[in-house]
Design a protein around this ligand. Structure first.
Ligand code: EPZ
Length: 430
């Protein structure tokens, strides 16, 4: 497995081009299964999660045509997905285990082809990751669902039926799956307590462009008037707010200045406010953010992760790394995932002062410096947090198991090196 080696101490200066959003691309790629016409998606990032999902679609029978395209100043992928007739309605264990978001094929395949077999993804490093909301909602819409040999087997006779559905948690995944399924259902579906993340609004935009009739984007009540057929479109996905937020922390923690191009500040209100309250200068335009922490003393702030527009759980680890070297104490509370402090022991090996209380809260007391160490990454965002710590630590940090990073951060060493970081990948064979 590759490793990343960082020599800390360089403040970062320059421009970072933010990539297309992974967590938008994944459901939108699966939305292409709702039509037998080609769907072209622009601004898809080069990530291993995208390759994994493409492999699943290939085995379902989708034709995939990948083109590289310069868009908004950097290289992206424009991919056309065309599924005139699937050759399989099964998402096997080997695909789903590699990439949990494979479960986005559930709603589209069931709604369009009336049958689907999906391996249950199981838990992961951040929590149990249940799918009960996806499944009970589809049952409310008339699906017959059986769990057998680790698979969800779902069937419908004719079409899914519109239903009044209330989610017990504002799940991003369930909102996407039910939006896609309800688009081809008979009658109207109303989802109460739906997720409001920008990724959901982008999915609604492409579904509506394909001929769906969905109202309420950006609110917690979504109304979907089912239609009989959807058609092909070309759609450009939004940029990655979590990647932008992660590099914003990189500027702050190294006391540098980064201009984040293609970043939408509207999607990052809460994290940017926290950076401002810490003492970081933030300037924004509609599609860029300048983060300047030169000669600033940063003061720790409390963080409470919550559903959008609250503070995103996917930035918790990165902000915790920042709090480790800021003045005073910060309370970090994780309310979305029950096991998302796996980065804490690794940060402590680098000299951080963190006390975890139960599963949900941690007190971080700022220290003057961290020191480099070999560390182990446990999930995507935790890995980025360890790189951030390595960027300010004295000496050398080696982050092991970097395949996590390649799932969700495009060209990470290239981007960091272009703004002055001393970072390199050590290939397994080196
Ligand atoms: C998405 O996961 C993201 N993944 C996650 O990002 C992100 O952390 C999460 O949303 C929350 O923002 C993708 O978009 C691919 P949820 P998802 O369903 O959809 C509970 C990253 O680092 N729940 O919104 O799987 C669940 O336990 C990843 O990029 C149920 O109880 O998350 C959790 O407490 C990690 N039953 C809460 O809802 C269900 O059926 C939110 O989960 C579904 C969820």
């Amino acid at each position: 497995m590759d490793k990343i080696k960082i020599i800390g101490g360089n403040p970062l200066f320059g421009k970072i081009y933010v990539s297309g959003a992974k967590n938008t691309a994944l459901p939108i790629i699966c939305a292409s299964l709702l039509t037998d016409e080609p769907v072209t998606i622009q601004n898809i990032p080069f990530l291993s999660d995208i390759t994994s999902l493409n492999n699943l679609l290939l085995q379902i029978g989708t034709k995939i045509d990948i083109k590289e395209e310069e868009l908004n100043g950097h290289l992206t992928q424009t991919i056309t997905y065309h599924t005139p007739q699937p050759t399989s309605l099964i998402a096997p264990y080997d695909y789903v285990r590699k990439m949990r978001a494979s479960y986005y094929v559930l709603g589209p395949l069931l709604a369009k082809y009336r049958h689907v077999e999906l391996s249950l993804p199981g838990g992961c490093a951040i929590g149990a990751r249940p799918m009960d909301i996806h499944l009970t909602s589809l049952e409310q819409m008339g699906a017959k669902i059986e769990i057998k040999n680790g698979y969800v087997i779902a069937d419908i006779d004719e079409r899914l039926k519109g239903a009044q559905i209330s989610f017990h948690s504002a799940s991003v995944g369930a909102t996407c799956n039910i939006l896609m399924a309800a688009s081809l259902a008979e009658g109207t579906t109303v989802i109460e307590n739906a997720a409001k993340e920008p990724e959901i609004s982008d999915l609604i935009d492409i579904l509506n462009a394909m001929g769906a009739e969905i109202e309420g984007a950006g609110t917690s009540t979504l109304t979907i008037h089912g239609v009989e057929k959807l058609h092909g479109v070309t759609h450009k996905i939004i940029n990655d707010r979590i990647e932008a937020g992660s590099y914003a922390v990189a500027a702050a923690i190294t006391k540098g200045r980064l201009e984040l191009i293609n970043a939408n500040p509207e999607h990052l209100h809460n994290p940017l406010d926290i950076l401002r309250n810490m003492g970081v200068s933030i300037e924004t335009t509609p599609n860029s953010i300048i983060v300047d922490a030169q000669n600033r003393t940063l003061i720790g702030q409390d963080i409470y992760t919550d559903y959008y527009p609250g503070f995103p759980t996917d930035l918790q680890a990165q902000f915790m790394a920042l709090m480790c070297v800021s003045q005073g104490a910060s309370m970090v509370t994780e309310s979305i995932w029950e096991n998302r402090f796996m980065h804490v022991p690794e940060l402590m090996r680098m000299g951080a002062n963190i006390n975890v209380h139960g599963h949900a809260s941690a007190i971080v007391r700022g220290v003057d410096k961290l020191s480099g160490a070999p560390v182990m990454s446990t999930d995507l965002r935790a890995s980025f947090a360890l790189i951030l710590a390595g960027l300010v630590a004295e000496g050398e940090t080696v982050v092991n198991r970097v395949y996590h990073l390649d799932r969700g951060y495009e060209k990470i060493e290239e981007k960091f090196r272009s703004v002055g970081a001393n970072i390199q990948r050590i290939k397994e064979s080196d």
